[in-house]
Structure formats: C-alpha cells, structure tokens
Design a protein around this ligand. Structure first.
Ligand code: UD1
Ligand code: CA
Length: 454
C-alpha cells in the first residue's frame, strides 16, 4: 500500500493581515509550511503533494529543493476542493493522508497512528480543547459514533458547546476519498467545498470513521493569526529547549532561550538567558554561553566560555577558549585551543593559533595568527585597500603593541615585537623590535601661547 500525503497550503490566511501568504510566515526560522513538509517527508515511502494557490508561485519558489508534486488550486473554493486538485496524481490503491499547512506542530508519531487507523476506513485526528472556538466540531450520535463534522460558522449553539474538535488531519483510502470529494457541495455558511463533509458521506455509505484523539493540544493547534503564530513559536521553542536539556544542557530559563536551528551539545553545557542559537550549532562538553549572545552556525569547543553580548557567526572555536564580552566573530573565524578574544574585538576570516589573544578593541580580518601571539589593544589589520582584500600573517610568539595598524599584505615574523602605535606597512622580521612611528621629542623652554589683546 502506498502513502500519498496531501498538504493544503493554498489559503490566503486573511487573519494574518500580511502581504506574505500564510504558509510562508516564518516560524522558528522557517516558513510555516516547511514544518509540515519536513514531518511528512519523514513518513516511510510517502509521496508529497502540496496544494498551493494564494500567493501564486511564491509558495513553490520558497522551496526550490523540495521533493514533492506542486498542485495548483487556482481559486480557493475550500479544503475539499483543494484535496480534489491533488487526486488525479494519486492511485486508487493508495492511502491518502491530508495535512494542513497551517497546523505545523503535528508529530510524525501522530501521523503514523492516523495512517494505520485508515486501513479500516476514514481516520480523523481529533482533540478535546478547553477553548474549541474556531475549529470544526465532531458531532457524535447517541451511541457515541462519529456522525459528521460541523464547522464553527455552521454550528448551532448546542454544537458549538462540543469541545471535541477536528484538527484537520485525516487519512482515507484514495478510491473512497475520490468518490466522496466528487459528491461535495458548497451549501454552507462560507460557500466552500469542505473536506470535513467527507465524514458525513462516509457515515452514509456505511464506512467506518475512526476518531484518533490527540492528547497534546499544542501539536494540533492551527495557526491563523499572529497570536497563534507566536504560540506555535513558543511551542517549538519549548520542544527544542527540552531536547537540549535531555542532551545534558543546563538552561538558565527555558523561556528565554531561542533555538532556530539544529543544535547539538555535550555534557554540562550551560546556556544563560537571552541566548539565540541559529542554524547549525555544536556545543562541546562544558561549553558556556553567557547572557544575550547570538550564535549562528558555529562550533564551540569543550570548556569554552562565550561571555555576555557576543555575536558569533560561522566560527569554529576550539577548546578552552574565551570569547567576549561584546565580541563579534564573523564567518571564517577559527580559534585554536586556549585562544582569547575579548571585548569589542571583531574577527573575520582569520585563524588564531593556540593560546593567542586579542583582548581589547581590535579588528582582525583576513589574518593568520600563529600560537601564543599577543595582539595589543586597539590593533587594526588594514585588510582592504578600497578595491581588494589582503592578508596579514603574524608568526608564533609575536607581540603586537597597542594601537598598531598592520597594513596588508604584510607579515610579522615569529617572536617579533611591534612597538605601540606603529603603522606597519612592510614585513617585520622575526625576533626583533620594529617600531614605525615618529620619534618622541621634547622642546625645552617652550611656552604656551597666551590670549592676545585686541
Ligand atoms: C479547518 C477545518 C476545521 C478544522 C481546522 C483545524 C475545513 C472546512 N475546516 O478550518 O474543521 O477544525 O481547519 O485547523 O476543512 N486551504 C486550501 N484551499 C482552500 C482553503 C483552504 O489549500 O480552498 C488550506 C489553507 O491554506 C489551510 C488549510 O487548508 O492550510 C485550512 O484552511 P483554513 O481556511 O485555515 O480552515 P479553518 O477555518 O482553519
Ligand atoms: Ca486554519
């Protein structure tokens, strides 16, 4: 039996009040729809059909690498009509799983359970919600069997009091579904072809309808406006933070850590408040990230500490390093074990060898720094001549005094010392002192000017 997953993503999402189609609204750093597509792609042997419409090609264009069939629903005549658009590409023998692009937190386990239940007929994912408003309600007969689904806008006051809701997830055999879809009408409050009416048709045909109840109100939440978008964001944040804590991280406040990518961590990692982790981040054993740091696509080694208010992107940081406070590491930064980058230091596309330090107020760009180098406060590598970038090379054990400008391309030899305040535009030889500044002089008997009489 093959599995075809139809993901509905054609609606406008009026309640978002946005120029961006609803399914492209960002959630945890990805479009809303991406969350559903990723989950569906994880179902064994599933073929994905994504129904798009509102927003036109912007929706498929946002997923250039997706492995799915894109099905256009030119006008949005309802969820039933939307599923019908995908049916020509689906075999009679298949099982169809319908997912809604705006129900992003559903887990793979739940989807699998639903597909399994569809072997006997229609399977619906339902939930009991303390506040069911906005959702379709599950109407049961006197014996407790599912009879039909009524949409909020079509429901009587008694029906609105029902707290069992339709989550939007449904699975059914393709052959039966195709037939029911062709028999839908739009005689309802919204003038739409409702997918939910399939349930009443199945009951009439004597086909079993099984309600699978989700115990997790969060996983079934629909995202229709910015408030629900923020709730879904909080849900994802909580799930990811919990996953990190299971890996062994200590989190100062789970509500104040944002994970927007794939994070893996070793033991005894500590993450303080206000930390944002984006993209692919790896944290070694005992790594610590202080308050209000942004870390994107970085590797942080064992026992390394990132002090408060640092911004790190595309950096590989070895073990036992110290970064910040207020440091900025840009892509291509590599720090070897025990290196230190202190406050108001920016490093870009540069390597710092073992034990090397740039502790205060420096710019290190396009530079190869050996081991045990000291870069004094206020040192700047002048890597850009207005047209091209050039490299600076600093040998092992070099000592760069404070306030030095290294005009690249330039090389400072091993063990060299550069006097403070030098502007170094020629290579500095190893094991020697190079000073490139005007000599100090004193004018004896010099008098300060006095104000003239006018
Ligand atoms: C729908 C269900 C409701 C359920 C709720 C769960 C129907 C009729 N109602 O209501 O029972 O409780 O979801 O969240 O199914 N879409 C299309 N084409 C269309 C219309 C919608 O692709 O012509 C897509 C939307 O982009 C969205 C999904 O289908 O991803 C649901 O549509 P929406 O309008 O949000 O339905 P709800 O009113 O939330
Ligand atoms: Ca919805």
């Amino acid at each position: 039996m093959s599995l075809d997953v139809v993901i509905l993503a054609a609606g406008q999402g009026t309640r978002m009040r946005s120029g961006l189609p609803k399914v492209l609204q960002p959630l945890a750093g990805q479009p809303l729809l991406a969350h559903v597509m990723d989950m569906a792609a994880g179902l064994d042997g599933a073929h994905l059909h994504v129904v798009y419409g509102h927003g036109g090609d912007r929706v498929p264009a946002a997923f250039p690498d997706a492995r799915c069939s894109w099905v256009e629903q030119a006008s949005q005549l309802g969820t039933g009509h939307a599923v019908e658009q995908a049916m020509p590409g689906i075999d009679d023998e298949a099982t169809v799983l319908v997912l809604y692009g705006d129900v992003p937190l559903v887990t793979r386990e739940t989807a699998v359970a639903l597909v399994r239940s569809a072997s006997r007929g229609v399977a619906l994912l339902t939930a009991r919600l303390p506040d069911p408003s906005g959702y379709g309600r599950i109407v049961r007969d006197a014996d407790g069997r599912v009879e039909r689904i009524v949409e909020q806008k079509d429901a009587s006051p008694e029906e609105r009091a029902i707290d069992e809701v339709n989550t939007g997830l449904m699975a059914a055999p393709a052959r039966l579904l195709r037939d029911w879809l062709s028999r839908l009408d739009n005689a309802n409050a919204q003038g739409e072809f409702y997918l939910t009416d399939v349930v009443g048709l199945a009951v009439n045909d004597g086909v079993a309808v099984e309600a699978v109840e989700s115990q997790d109100a969060e996983e079934v939440m629909g995202v229709n406006d910015k408030i629900q978008l923020a709730e879904a964001e909080a849900g994802i944040r909580r799930r990811r933070v919990e996953e990190l804590m299971r890996q062994g991280a200590t989190v100062a406040d789970p509500g104040r850590l944002d994970i927007r990518g794939e994070v893996t961590c070793g033991q005894d990692v500590f993450l303080d408040v206000g930390v944002v982790l984006e993209g692919e981040v790896r944290l070694g054993d005992g790594a610590r990230v202080g308050p209000y740091c942004v870390v994107r696509d970085c590797e942080i080694g064992d026992g390394t500490t990132v002090h408060p208010h640092s911004v790190l992107e595309g950096a590989r940081i070895g073990s036992g390093c110290s970064v910040g406070p207020f440091a900025r590491l840009r892509p291509g930064t590599e720090l070897s074990a025990g290196a230190r980058v202190g406050n108001f230091v920016e490093v870009k596309n540069s390597q710092l060898g073992e034990g090397s330090k740039a502790n205060h107020l420096s710019y290190v760009g396009d530079t190869t720094v050996g081991r045990d180098v000291n870069i004094g406060a206020g040192t700047i590598t002048c890597n850009y001549d207005g047209a091209n970038k050039h490299r600076t090379v600093i040998g092992d054990r070099a000592f760069i005094g404070s306030g030095v400008e290294l005009v690249a391309p330039v090389e400072v030899g091993e063990g060299a010392t550069i006097g403070a305040g030098s502007t170094v535009s020629k290579d500095a030889p190893p094991e020697a002192l190079t000073v490139a500044r005007s000599r100090q002089m004193t004018v004896k008997g010099w008098k300060r000017p006095v104000k003239g009489k006018t």
